[in-house]
Design a protein around this ligand. Structure first.
Ligand code: HEC
Ligand code: HEC
Length: 369
């Protein structure tokens, strides 16, 4: 405990070790050297400005609270269950554990213009073979990142989350489109030309991550608040293998853009670790176990609106159905009688270029880009 960064020690003490109430949000205790909410508007200017919290409706305020402490309100201990009897949050994470500062931090997949981006009819998603509007997009993270269940569209928690996104969307400045807002999603990283190395990643983890996420990977849980001070990065309480974070190429972008939490300054990209370190440490996280549901073997089935079979859009680092694509004498196919084209190992750690190339030539052979 004494080796924790100062802001975490004070937060942990306030949060319960000495029995005091803890009300400040985590960002209030971040050191000035790291991402600072006061810098967000500097980053987003001129296209976007965070709206005045005083203009937030009570529904939007509830949505923000749900983003901040998702497990507390929708996890197993809440008593609330989906129609199939499972809790809506299957692990112990909250949305803000990845979408930092309650979805306002640039380069941490912020929610600032999600309402505009996923406006009806929504964006086609080949993985689930559906159009993603805002509620559907929320639910893909409920089911996959939180290893849980979809919230009914007309449920109060879903309405509150949508209201919070609508509130954030009012910050788009006149004369700009949502596409002009910088810092959306996680920042892109270049593919490695070698396989990522979880052994090297383990050394980086011990040196740069374990102080907060612990050698066990289980983070620091604040039982009185039913949320993490520092979240689990593997094990049953961490993100699902069937989520974006379960794919190395996405996990590497998230880690590179945001971690270590107290070192990355959003206004100064030179504070980020080398990209190959992000790949290797993310590979170490994925070399440990993560929740997985068999129903996700159905992913990337069906045919998209442009007539292209969805398996041809499968990201190379989706590892749980490593049997797709199959190999027909070296050409990618979905014929289940053929052997898998690549090993699970290669879908997990790369190199990914050969997988991408095989899918691209199979698309081209069918007249798609
Ligand atoms: C100073 C403490 C600290 C350090 C060091 C740190 N993290 Fe984090 N990490 C956090 C916090 C806190 C969050 C949750 C975000 C929030 O609440 O703002 C987080 C979130 C994450 C998440 C997403 C949520 C989850 O549990 O899956 C991943 C992955 C992650 N960190 C990986 C890493 C890696 C890899 C390193 C080392 C390179 C690292 N972190 C270093 C504090 C830290
Ligand atoms: C373990 C990390 C993690 C957690 C927790 C998480 N997400 Fe996500 N989310 C992601 C990643 C990674 C993406 C990027 C999409 C991808 O590649 O899958 C994403 C994308 C999104 C997007 C689309 C953003 C855009 O700009 O297109 C929305 C909206 C979203 N998540 C909502 C939520 C909500 C709401 C919650 C809580 C119920 C949540 N997420 C929890 C990791 C997470």
């Amino acid at each position: 405990m004494t080796k924790l960064p100062l802001y975490l020690i004070s937060a942990a003490l306030l949060a319960g070790t000495v029995g005091l109430a803890f009300s400040a949000s985590q960002n209030d205790v971040l050191p000035a050297s790291a991402s600072n909410p006061r810098d967000f508007n500097t980053f987003y200017a001129p296209a976007y400005r965070l709206p005045d919290p005083a203009t937030m409706s009570s529904s939007a305020a509830s949505g923000k609270e749900l983003i901040h402490s998702t497990y507390k309100y929708l996890g197993v201990e809440s008593g609330i269950r989906a129609a199939n009897g499972r809790p809506f949050v299957g692990n112990k994470l909250a949305c803000t554990n990845c979408h930092m500062a309650d979805g306002t931090q640039p380069n941490a997949s912020p929610f600032v213009v999600v309402a505009q981006k996923y406006a009806p009819p929504g964006i086609f998603n080949a993985r689930s073979n559906i159009l993603l509007d805002v509620p559907n997009r929320v639910n893909t993270c409920m089911e996959r990142s939180l290893a849980g269940e979809a919230l009914p569209r007309d449920s109060q928690p879903m309405k509150d989350i949508v209201a919070y996104f609508d509130f954030l969307a009012t910050g788009l400045q006149p004369g700009f489109t949502f596409k002009q807002v910088k810092g959306q999603e996680f920042p892109a990283v270049a593919l490695l030309t070698r396989a990522a190395n979880p052994e090297r990643g383990k050394d980086i983890y011990r040196e740069r991550c374990a102080i907060c996420h612990q050698n066990s990977g289980q983070g620091i849980w604040l039982d009185d608040q039913k949320r993490y001070l520092t979240p689990a990065v593997w094990g049953n309480d961490s993100f699902g293998l069937m989520s974006g974070m379960g794919r190395l190429a996405t996990a590497a972008t998230m880690v590179w853009g945001t971690m270590p939490r107290d070192k990355v300054n959003i206004l100064d990209p030179s504070t980020r670790m080398p990209q190959q370190d992000a790949w290797d440490v993310a590979a170490y996280l994925l070399s440990n176990n993560h929740p997985f549901g068999e129903r996700y073997i159905q992913d990337w089935t069906g045919v998209g609106p442009d007539g292209m079979p969805n398996w041809l859009r499968k990201p190379a680092s989706a590892s749980y159905d490593f049997t797709m694509p199959r190999s027909n004498n070296g050409a990618a196919t979905d014929d289940p009688s053929k052997p898998p084209m690549f090993t699970r190992e290669q879908h997990t750690f790369g190199p990914f270029q050969p997988i991408e190339a095989a899918l691209k030539s199979a698309r081209n052979a069918r007249g798609f880009p």
